[in-house]
Design a protein around this ligand. Structure first.
Ligand code: HAM
Length: 428
């Protein structure tokens, strides 16, 4: 038997109703902040991620699904393509390709699958879904302002509250700008020199190529060493410090609570200044519902104009998981209002007519078949979870009134055709 590939999964009903509920709340909330949707390709040039996300990150060095393109001209042989492991690089590529700066400030969001070859576990998949948003544009349009950072974070708090997800925690840090990074990397290298021999091979390599990435290390034995390393917060220059303080002040003014965490450096190289994660206790080891931050140099790194930006991506799989723990999930799972049971030969057509009328009134109707005995119709109606069963037999059609039975209480009444929709809507 062929099964779904390890790390991928089928999303089945009724859980898919939760996914749709989340996505429609997202679209409503993002709309109020003037975000518009962008859809970028699922695969891109490998170079986009190597240059955008960073060669030394776990994502690029270990986790990408990459292959050589076939059927290209010999001169282009060796052209590599990659299933997108994240969507920010794709959005910034599109920003540059379509000269989106002509519109001033761009506020773009996306919903879609991403691919990383990580070790699958609860909340971690090889095909997973992100809901993300990016604000990008020339500094003259306000893209660099701490007001943008705070606006994004407040929007996320609003979304989580609206979904009824309680108990989230916003962890906030500033990872500084390239100026700060030079001094910080220098200090890190120095601090690592005497101890790096005792660390894992990845850290030994990182210490030389990109010392900041040492903070991504998950090896337990290395943690006491990492704990003692210098923190970026000690190296912020004046503009970065002021920017970070301003973000915090707006957050306090709008009532979004946060925790400062100067160990949070995020696993992608493009970040500058504000970096953040929202965590949720119910998720277990993979407790980050979402992550994001500023990437003021990304457009230039990809060959575009200066275009400061900030954004985030929510792990939709994890968001739905934390929603399942909350009370609002129950209300979202729709069951049919009614199961229509045609009783006897020739009744399929009458039942279809009736179903058509009722569905036009937005009722959720499941339709049976005239070949079913009444007992079987009852069993099927119960199985699909219908609230009512409606019997459509010859006598009912003649009388233009139908037997309507409440499957929970067993109460049965005869209802005239014209009164059916109103009656059931009233009961909803
Ligand atoms: P990221 O932290 O790599 O950031 O991913 C964001 C979120 O995606 C994570 O917090 C997590 O919820 C979810 N996620 C990541 N990997 C997996 C996985 N294997 N299985 C399930 N969920 C996962 C980014 O991707 C950045 N592009 C975010 C961003 C946008 N920064 C600025 N703009």
């Amino acid at each position: 038997m062929i099964k779904a590939v390890r790390g991928t999964r089928d999303l089945l009903p009724p859980e898919t109703a939760l996914w749709n509920f989340v996505e429609s709340a997202v679209r409503d909330v993002f709309r109020a902040y003037n975000f518009e949707e962008i859809r970028t390709p699922i695969f891109e040039d490998t170079q986009l991620f190597a240059r955008g996300v960073g060669e030394e990150t776990d994502i690029v060095s270990k986790e990408m699904y990459t292959w050589e393109d076939r059927g290209r001209a010999a001169s282009e042989k060796g052209h590599m393509l990659t299933l997108r492991p994240e969507n920010t690089a794709g959005v910034v590529r599109a920003y540059i390709e379509h000269k989106l700066w002509d519109r001033g400030l761009n506020k773009l969001y996306y919903i879609g699958p991403q691919f990383r070859r990580e070790r699958p576990q609860k909340g971690r998949y090889r095909q997973f879904y992100q809901i993300g948003a990016e604000v990008i544009g020339p500094a003259s349009a306000g893209s660099e302002s701490p007001a943008r950072d705070a606006e994004i974070l407040e929007m996320l708090a609003t979304l989580l509250d609206r979904l009824g997800i309680a108990g989230w925690n916003l962890e906030l840090n500033s990872v500084g700008c390239p100026n700060d990074r030079v001094a910080f990397n220098e200090a890190l290298r120095k601090a690592l020199e005497p101890v790096v021999g005792k660390m894992c091979v990845d850290c030994q390599r990182r210490a030389v190529t990109n010392p900041l990435r040492v903070f991504d290390c998950k090896v337990p034995e290395d943690q006491p060493i990492i704990e003692k390393l210098p923190r970026i917060s000690q190296f912020l220059d004046e503009p970065c410090r002021t920017h970070f303080v301003a973000v915090q002040e707006i957050l306090k003014a709008v009532g979004v609570s946060f925790t400062l965490n100067d160990r949070l450096v995020r696993g992608l190289d493009y970040y500058t200044r504000t970096a953040f994660e929202f965590t949720h206790g119910a998720l277990g080891a993979q407790n980050a519902i979402l992550g994001g931050g500023r990437y003021d140099g990304l457009s230039e790194a990809l060959g575009g104009p200066a275009a400061p930006g900030i954004g985030f991506a929510i792990g939709e799989d994890r968001l739905v998981m934390s929603l399942q723990e909350s009370a609002s999930a129950e209300a979202v799972l729709h069951k049919p209002d009614m199961y229509i049971a045609p009783l006897g030969l020739g009744m399929n057509a009458e039942a279809a007519r009736l179903a058509r009328e009722l569905r036009r009134h937005d009722l959720v109707v499941e339709l049976g078949d005239e070949s079913f005995r009444l007992k079987k119709s009852f069993e099927l109606a119960t199985k699909v979870g219908a609230k009512y069963i409606l019997i459509v037999g010859e006598n009912e059609v003649k009388a233009d009134a139908f037997a309507l039975k409440d499957l929970a209480t067993g109460e049965q009444v005869s209802v005239a055709r014209g009164d059916l929709a109103r009656r059931i809507q009233g009961e909803r």
